[in-house]
Design a protein around this ligand. Structure first.
Ligand code: R5P
Length: 294
C-alpha cells in the first residue's frame, strides 16, 4: 500500500481525481449517509496509509464542517498518523473581528477548529485582511496559503493586450496589484461602502478613465454579487471597450450571477476553487505542487 492517500467527498471527487493524476498518488472516496434526522454518517476506506489528505472546498460550510471533522477523526482512528486538508476555498475568513459587541470572531473559532483536527491545511487566497498570515487564523498546524494571482494573470494576458484591472475595494489591492505588477498591467482599486448584505456602493478614483479600455474587475470572491454589480455599474458609465469580471472563489449565492450578467458584461470568469459554470482557470497544478511538499 502507498503511504499516502487522497480522499474526496462526493462533491470534491473531481478535484481529488485531478490532484491524484497530477501527483500520481492513489485516491478514494468518503461516503456520507444522511440520516432522516439530519445527522451524518461518514465512512472512509477500511485500510488507510500513514498520510491521508482530505480534499473539500468549504463553501456552504455549515453543512460541511461536521462531516469534515468526522472524517478527520475517522482517518486517525483508521491508523493515519498525519491527516491533511486541502480546502481550495476556506470558509469564515471574513468575520475576522467582532464588528459589533457580542459578535463571534468566526475566523478564529473555525481556524483553530481546523488547526486542531488537521496536521496541515492548504488553501487558496483566504480572505486575510486584518492578519498577514494564514497561521494566525488556522493555528497550531502547518497552514499553507496559495495564491491564484499568477494563473489569473496568465489568463488575463492570454485574453487582453493592454487591460485595465480594477479591484472593487482596498481589500482587493493585494490580489489586483500582484496580478497586474508581474505583467505591467494598469490597475487601480475603488472604495467600498457596505450598508448591508445586499447593499453596496463603490466609488472609483475621480481621475480614472476607462473609456475604450478592456476593463477586468478582479476580486477574491463573489457571494451576493453586489460588490461586483456595484463595480460594474460604476465602470459602465465610462464606456469601456469591454468589461470582464474574474473572481477566485465563485460562491454566487441566489441570483448573484443572473444579476451580474443582466448588467451587461462581456465575460464572467472564475477559478475552480468552487465548482461553478463560470470556472475557467484551473488551479489543480498550483495545489498539487503545494501538496507534494507537505
Ligand atoms: C470582501 O471584502 C470580499 O473581498 C468581497 O468583495 C465580498 O465578500 C463580496 O461579497 P458580495 O458578493 O456579497 O458583495
Amino acid at each position: 500500500m502507498s503511504d499516502i492517500l487522497l480522499l474526496g467527498f462526493a462533491e470534491s471527487r473531481r478535484v481529488t481525481g485531478q490532484l491524484a493524476d497530477l501527483l500520481a498518488w492513489p485516491s478514494d472516496g468518503i461516503e456520507v449517509h444522511r440520516f432522516p434526522d439530519g445527522e451524518s454518517r461518514v465512512r472512509l476506506p477500511a485500510e488507510l496509509p500513514q498520510h491521508v489528505v482530505i480534499c473539500l472546498s468549504l463553501d456552504h460550510p455549515n453543512e460541511k464542517l461536521v462531516e469534515l471533522l468526522l472524517a478527520a477523526d475517522a482517518a486517525r482512528a483508521g491508523g493515519a498518523e498525519k491527516v491533511s486538508l486541502v480546502a481550495p476555498y476556506l470558509c469564515y475568513m471574513r468575520q475576522d473581528m467582532a464588528f459589533h459587541p457580542g459578535e463571534a470572531v468566526s475566523q478564529k473559532t473555525i481556524g483553530s477548529l481546523l488547526g486542531d483536527s488537521f496536521d496541515a491545511v492548504v488553501t487558496v487566497d483566504p480572505h486575510l485582511h486584518r492578519i498577514e498570515r494564514l497561521d494566525q487564523a488556522v493555528t497550531s498546524t502547518q497552514a499553507v496559503s496559495l495564491t491564484a494571482t499568477r494563473p489569473i494573470a496568465e489568463f488575463v494576458a492570454d485574453h487582453f493586450e493592454r487591460p485595465l484591472l480594477i479591484g472593487p475595494d482596498e481589500e482587493s489591492l493585494q490580489w489586483v496589484s500582484s496580478i497586474a505588477e508581474g505583467w505591467g498591467f494598469d490597475f487601480t482599486v475603488g472604495r467600498k461602502e457596505r450598508m448591508g448584505d445586499r447593499n453596496v456602493r463603490i466609488c472609483l478614483p475621480d481621475d480614472l478613465s476607462v473609456t475604450g479600455r478592456d476593463v477586468v474587475i478582479v476580486d477574491d470572491m463573489a457571494s451576493t454579487g453586489r460588490t461586483m454589480l456595484a463595480a460594474v455599474e460604476s465602470v459602465k458609465s465610462g464606456n469601456p471597450a469591454s468589461l470582464s469580471l474574474i473572481v477566485t472563489h465563485a460562491l454566487f449565492v441566489g441570483d448573484a450571477e443572473e444579476r451580474i450578467r443582466a448588467a451587461g458584461i462581456d465575460h464572467l470568469w472564475s477559478t475552480d476553487t468552487i465548482a461553478h459554470p463560470t470556472n475557467a482557470i484551473g488551479l489543480a497544478p498550483l495545489m498539487a505542487d503545494a501538496i507534494r511538499n507537505l
